[in-house]
Design a protein around this ligand. Structure first.
Ligand code: ADP
Ligand code: MG
Length: 698
């Protein structure tokens, strides 16, 4: 068989329909797929042992000669043994193979083999069960560094390794796409060498070189893609020039003085918007750092400059809350604020849409249906996306593409993120944005006191809830979401059989049995938007004292009078998510508390909760989260809309990442549209990489 990168795996010997299907599950259907299916680990099988010296721990290679013809025996139906003795100059090794009848014919007396397996000692006999074996001089899986792949049921590592060995026959025909100058500059190995050595490394140095090259390549194409987007936006025609205004005019509307960090972010946004180029800025600040004020300022500037602004929130609850607070803030300045979400009745929706098209609404607040539904604007100049981690690269690109609104220039884009992701990740996820960081909390905040408790303290926790309410404060009690944990027990219940449709049941139980005198409300994702809105409004107004909720309240909800957050089954949440949840309290002048209830026995989970209890620094928490869970989790959910990385360990490859970004920047400086023939392969690779996020490069 001559293998080319396009050869389907079904043409490989030993791959029938059944296996092909299973391989397909791993994303493998051609030889080329195998070549980029990188090992997750390696096993060093280079060291050869004699029978006597072989250690009794772990799998090792032993070179020995078959001393006899294999003996086959059928013990009973379904159990067949092949046994034989192999020897070297130090002694004998007794091999047993279970249900591998072919071994009888495969091993010949008098021939030398390498046996790879675990040596055991039974009395004075040395034995090995089911070793892998190869003829001396014809080795491919012994005496070398073996790749260990991610597997699926029915596909063994051995199979994948042997298929990959065959696929490597075409490694020299895979076109090199990295520009030669980039390879030279960063001393990157050749592609063929890298492909061979990432799978079957000749030695450690070769593996390092291969890994460096392939990781760099991955980061490079990602960086080129993001930088390309950024440049296209910057050069993609003018933005609306929004004139700056004296800050005291806006200050007069605010009930507080912004922090220095807020002012800096505001100034940066104002500068961008006045520049005549479309702004593309991320405002990153921990929960409660006051990002909304920055958004309000930018919107106010746009409207005062004669334009329209739009704010997109990730949930309806949040959109409605922003609507309430922002119209209270900006109406006195004559800004006409509107709300547009899925929850709005159709007739009302129609009215709002018309008002937007006619320019009778200046500032509209909604969910991202705002962009997807093709709402027409009169003079849109600014789009604010709140809680950006729900808006991926693709959505941002879609926003930027809205430039055709009424023949207007491309709108300014301001994204707000409360997810304090580690710098390494931020560089990538926000690689196409300018960044303002709000690294300061408004004054007078006392940090939230956090406690981890077990079930035996439940009654005391309930008493504490009572006490907070008796001091006119309000309380959140968060349970894992209805849909996330169908088998989960009710908080405080022993039996895990009761399922968590349960948030409502739990709320009812709290109301009748625990807090009969208090007003208990419930909020979860399965409620109709109208109901949710009513509950949130009642909680904001203080009519509900204890709100039992799922994580729908995770993002952005702002009720300064709430001073206690109880999180049930806290171990089921990720660290960053717990931090977000906790950020719902400590927003007013009252000392606030967060109580994490858990019955976990898992030390890692406990460690996570203790980390949270020990710090309120969002960046520290996310670093810790990254350490505990690995980058896979940040990238796993794909909310960021970035292509999946295969090799790049994003937590660790900081240096390589900045090199790749620098190389990408330089390439695009020389050839901004990647139009030169020698850069065509780069362009193709980038398009391919972003294939899952359509429309970006059209
Ligand atoms: P986030 O960054 O989490 O979106 P918000 O914008 O919701 O934070 O602000 C949190 C709370 O802090 C709000 O109640 C807001 O009114 C208040 N706030 C914001 N900035 C200041 C400030 N400079 N001084 C006092 N309170 C502020
Ligand atoms: Mg917010």
């Amino acid at each position: 068989m001559t293998v080319t990168p396009d050869t389907p795996l079904t043409e490989f010997p030993g791959v029938g329909d059944v296996r092909a299907k299973k391989l397909d599950k791993l994303g493998l259907s051609t030889a080329a797929d195998l070549l980029t299916y990188y090992p997750r680990d390696y096993e060093d099988r280079r060291q050869m042992y004699t029978v006597r010296d072989a250690p009794l721990e772990g799998r090792v290679c032993v070179a020995a000669m078959a001393a006899e013809h294999p003996r086959k025996a059928r013990i009973r139906k379904g159990l067949e043994l092949v046994q034989l003795k192999v020897v070297d100059h130090t002694g004998a090794l007794h091999l047993t193979f279970f249900n591998q009848g072919y071994v009888e014919k495969a091993l010949r007396a008098g021939e030398e083999y390498i046996f790879f397996g675990t040596v055991e000692e039974q009395g004075r006999r040395r034995t090995m069960v089911n070793p892998i074996f190869e003829r001396v001089g014809k080795q491919s899986f012994t005496g070398c560094i073996m790749p260990i792949y991610r597997l699926t049921a029915g596909i063994s590592n051995h199979l994948l390794a042997s298929l990959t060995r065959q696929a490597l026959d075409c490694a020299h025909t895979v076109p090199e796409t990295l520009p030669p100058s980039v390879r030279r500059e960063h001393s990157l190995a050749e592609l063929e060498f890298s492909l061979r050595n990432i799978h079957f490394p000749e030695n450690e140095e070769a593996l390092d070189l291969a890994r460096k090259r392939l990781t760099f390549e991955e980061l490079f194409y990602l960086a080129v893609g993001l930088d390309f987007l950024k440049r296209r936006r910057e050069s993609g025609g003018p933005g609306c020039a929004v004139p700056t205004r004296p800050f005291r005019e806006f200050q007069a509307l605010l009930p507080f003085t912004p922090t220095q960090a807020q002012r800096r972010a505001m100034d940066e946004a104002a500068f961008d918007m006045a520049s005549g180029r479309p702004m593309n800025r991320l405002v990153q600040g921990d929960v409660g750092s006051g990002k909304t004020a920055v958004a309000a300022y930018a919107a106010w500037l746009a409207v005062k400059g004669g334009y329209q602004a739009a704010l997109m929130a990730p949930t309806e609850v949040l959109a409605e809350q922003h609507y309430r607070s922002l119209s209270a803030l900006l109406s006195p300045a004559g800004v006409r604020v509107g709300l547009l979400t899925g929850a709005i009745p159709p007739t009302e929706k129609k009215k709002v849409r018309k008002a937007l098209a006619d320019g009778d609404i200046d500032f509209v607040i909604g969910t991202h249906a705002l962009i997807s539904d093709g709402v027409a604007f009169h003079r849109l100049a600014l789009i604010v996306a709140d809680e950006q981690h729900r808006f991926g690269v693709a959505q941002r690109a879609a926003l930027a593409g809205k430039s055709e609104f009424g023949g207007m220039p491309a709108p300014h884009v301001l994204v707000m993120s409360a997810t304090p992701i580690p710098r390494t990740l931020a560089l990538i996820i926000y690689g196409d944005l300018d960044v303002s960081v709000i690294d300061q909390l408004p004054p007078g905040r006392t940090p939230v006191e956090t406690y981890v408790i077990r079930e035996d303290k439940r009654q005391r926790m309930y008493n504490f809830v009572q006490k907070q309410v008796s001091q006119s404060r309000q309380v959140y009690i968060v349970c894992p979401a209805v849909e996330e944990n169908p088998d989960a027990a009710l908080p405080g219940e022993e039996s895990p059989s009761l399922n968590l449709k349960a948030v409502t049941t739990y709320a009812a139980k709290l109301q009748t049995e625990v807090f009969p005198a208090l007003r208990v409300g419930v909020l979860h994702g399965k409620m109709r938007p109208k109901e949710k809105d009513a509950v949130m409004a009642a909680f904001s107004a203080g009519e509900i004292q204890v709100l039992v909720a799922t994580t729908v309240i995770e993002v952005g909800v702002d009720v300064p009078n709430a001073s206690l957050m109880v999180i049930e089954n806290a171990d089921r949440f990720g660290l960053s998510q717990l931090h977000q949840l906790r950020g719902r309290v400590g927003r007013g002048r009252h000392q606030s508390y967060c109580v994490l209830v858990t019955s976990t026995r898992n030390p890692d989970a406990m460690q996570r909760l203790r980390t949270l209890a020990s710090t309120t620094d969002g960046f520290k928490i996310s670093e810790e989260d990254l350490k505990l869970r690995g980058p896979g989790d940040f990238f796993g959910n794909r909310q960021h809309g970035l292509p999946q990385m295969k090799l790049a360990d994003l937590a660790g490859d900081m240096r390589l990442l900045s090199q790749a970004q620098e190389a990408a920047r330089r390439l695009l400086e020389e050839d901004p549209s990647l139009a030169r023939p020698e850069n065509r392969p780069v362009w193709d690779r980038v398009r391919q990489l972003f294939a899952d996020t359509p429309d970006i490069f059209n």
